[in-house]
Design a protein around this ligand. Structure first.
Ligand code: HXC
Length: 518
């Protein structure tokens, strides 16, 4: 007997509800007991109320290995779809750990690939929420192939739409490479983990004993490896931070940065900046606080806060327009450039350039960090990444020299020759090959050695060098500095410069793609 219309609708409701229940009440309880939200709760938290539309709810696995045909895996352990975050479209996939440990089967991968393709075509960011035991062991190579298809799309859509990953559970083995191929990784403390080989395999292979958290927890990846960009206290904190990040980003490479109304005056003079740079060149100042005094409402959103703290990478706004800031932090390692700082900055520059986010570089850099460790660690190659990234970037670029701008490290911080649209210097700027003391010791060594009073000669030569180069005027006399302004004027000067650059167009010479040092 054919079903009536009412029966058909009831059948649909039953089937849909069964999938919506995910792995069932016991597994949901287990998920909550672990302090985690379920995939559906995470999605509801992410999107504006009532805007989420699920797709592929009825997709299921088709595996028959190891009795899998008897195994019902709702939605193939992933929830996918789209909705609005602060009124703007975003695509999502969230692995459902309550269903077979969120494991990646062939059809879970197909669902994820579909949203990646949709996000790419529609020009909207994609958020992936990871919570999974990895490749579904029963599906063998079909599961691996699924990962491959995802990696392929992550790479193809890189620079097309922002791709953001939340690590809200285990992410093991090759599964870590989809997050690694995306733009930003958020990790939740305690249960967010990423590693290629787990503690058991490591113990068997090398005898090393290490906990899962120490090996691949949120702090490890934010502070030591630099693989992750944000540490989060729990799922809610993670999703809130993702929403904040999205508020700074255009939806795709075809859009410019979003604008947020501000009541912070465009002509605000900031007296505190007048005395911000200490008299002594050897005393540090906090560049983060300096930046807060300039940008809209003192609001910043810092990327990779725990990694390479000598380099700051920050999203902020000027006159409502989102910008990316790269800055030396004199409070850590005197703001020297090293391998990790170079990597951190170069990747951020490239992200901003991909998505039309103007780049502001705040400089107080004494040099590259000297030492065998850095040289053998490839500082030549890593430092080159910054030169490359700045030279290649065609977005509006502004360089602000607050104090030291020495030698090659200044070039790596977007000196005039790396193509910034304008270089703005404070009267405290020192633009030279190196500090006066080091310079005098080298070029006047013979003279000092021969002198009756070497210290007096040294001081005289240091003073001479300082007078000549430890200021912005020599550089400005040949246009290497476009504007010298008082520190208090920086906000209005930067806003005027930014507004003058919104129509900027610059084409790179035709190429298949560049070959940046990696
Ligand atoms: C199939 C899996 C699974 C997997 C978990 N489950 N991982 N099923 N394939 N990879 C199932 C479990 O059997 C269990 O089912 C349910 O999910 C929940 O898992 P538990 O073990 O009970 O949860 P928990 O104690 O929290 O432990 C979580 C875990 C553990 C640490 C993730 O499940 C685990 O070690 N899983 C295997 C991890 C792994 O080695 N994956 C393959 C990595 S290699 P029941 O029915 O008992 O509830 C890989 C290669 C990718 O991913 C390569 C890409 C290029």
């Amino acid at each position: 007997m054919p079903l009536t219309t009412a029966e058909k609708i009831t059948l649909f409701q039953e089937k849909s509800a069964k999938i919506e229940a995910m792995g069932g009440p016991k597994m949901v309880e287990k998920q909550h007991a672990a302090g985690k939200l379920t995939a559906r709760e995470r999605i509801n938290f992410l999107f504006d109320e009532g805007t989420f539309q699920e797709i592929d709810r009825f997709v299921t696995h088709h595996s028959t290995f190891f009795g899998m045909e008897k195994n019902f895996v709702p939605g193939d352990a992933v929830v996918t779809g789209y909705g609005l975050v602060d009124g703007r479209p975003v695509y999502v996939f969230a692995q459902d750990f309550t269903a077979m440990g969120g494991s990646m089967g062939e059809w879970q991968a197909e669902k994820i690939c579909k949203v990646l393709d949709m996000a790419g075509k529609m020009g909207a960011p994609v958020v992936g929420i990871n919570d999974s035991g990895g490749a579904r062991i029963q599906e063998g190579m079909f599961s691996l192939s699924g990962y491959g298809k995802i990696f392929f799309r992550n790479s193809r859509y890189s620079g097309v739409v922002p791709q953001i990953t939340a690590i809200c559970g285990p992410t093991a083995g090759g599964a870590v490479y989809s997050p690694a191929l995306m733009d930003f990784i958020f990790m939740v403390k305690g249960y967010g983990q990423m590693y290629i080989t787990g503690p058991e395999v490591i113990k068997a292979a090398t005898g090393e004993i290490i906990s899962t958290d120490e090996l691949g927890g949120a702090v490890t990846h934010n502070k030591i490896s630099g693989n992750a960009h944000f540490v989060c206290d729990n799922d809610e904190d993670c999703l809130n931070k993702i929403k904040t990040l999205l508020s700074y980003l255009p939806s795709s490479n075809r859009e410019t940065t979003p604008i947020k109304e501000t009541s912070d005056p465009v002509d605000r003079m900031e007296e505190k900046l007048q005395s911000f740079v200490p008299d002594s060149p050897n005393r540090a100042f906090n560049m983060k606080n300096l930046i807060k005094l300039i940008v809209d409402d003192g609001e910043i959103f810092e990327v990779s806060q725990m990694y390479a703290q000598n380099m700051l990478t920050i999203f902020a706004r000027l006159n409502g327009r989102a910008i990316g800031i790269i800055a030396n932090q004199p409070q850590f390692m005197s703001g020297c450039l090293d391998v990790n700082a170079s990597d951190k900055a170069a990747r951020f520059i490239r992200f901003c350039d991909s998505f039309n986010i103007p780049i502001f570089t705040f400089v107080d850099v004494p040099g590259f960090l000297p030492g065998k460790g850095q040289e053998h660690g490839g500082i030549i190659r890593h430092g080159a990444k910054m030169l490359f990234a700045y030279s290649e970037a065609t977005v509006p670029k502004l360089t602000i020299i607050t104090r030291k701008a020495y030698g090659g490290s200044y070039m790596a911080m977007c000196s005039k020759d790396m193509g910034p649209d304008q270089v703005i210097a404070w009267p405290t700027a020192q633009i030279a090959v190196m500090g006066a003391e080091g310079a005098a010791n080298i070029i006047f060594r013979k003279e000092m050695a021969a002198a009756a009073d070497p210290d007096a000669v040294r001081q005289k030569r240091i003073d001479e060098y300082e007078e000549l180069f430890n200021n912005p005027y020599v550089a400005a006399s040949k246009g290497h500095v476009d504007i010298i302004c008082e520190p208090k004027e920086t906000r209005p000067v930067l806003i005027k410069a930014l507004e003058s650059l919104v129509t900027k167009e610059e084409e790179l010479p035709w190429k298949k793609h560049s070959n940046m040092p990696l």
